[in-house]
Design a protein around this ligand. Sequence first.
Ligand code: ZN
Length: 125
Amino acid sequence: MTGFAQSREEAELNLDEARELLERRRAELQERRTRIERHTRHRDEPLPPDFAEQAVELENGETLVALDREVNAELKEIERALKRLADGTFGECTRCGETISEGRLSALPYASLCIDCANATDAAR
Ligand SMILES: [Zn+2]
């Protein structure tokens, strides 16, 4: 009985750690998104007359858009992982239902696929 309680406690501790990791990462990304949005708004200012400078401005704008897309995609993954934490399916592969290894989860806390399914998806591309 004591052994059982202990192992259950350990499992819960890991979930708490995962949640903390995810929430910290989410806060980081949200801050980054705010910063990107602030930058993007500054682009409403008149462009400098020099064409070369305009090109740089445009390039930066495109980089910001790509960055913004990246941040939003990761935020979505994190939201999904937090939802899986809430409904108790966190750590299970969303495709085959196998347990995702702890090593993979600590490297990528919002991983939704086990390593086999992730590899299979990569191979299919
Ligand atoms: Zn799988």
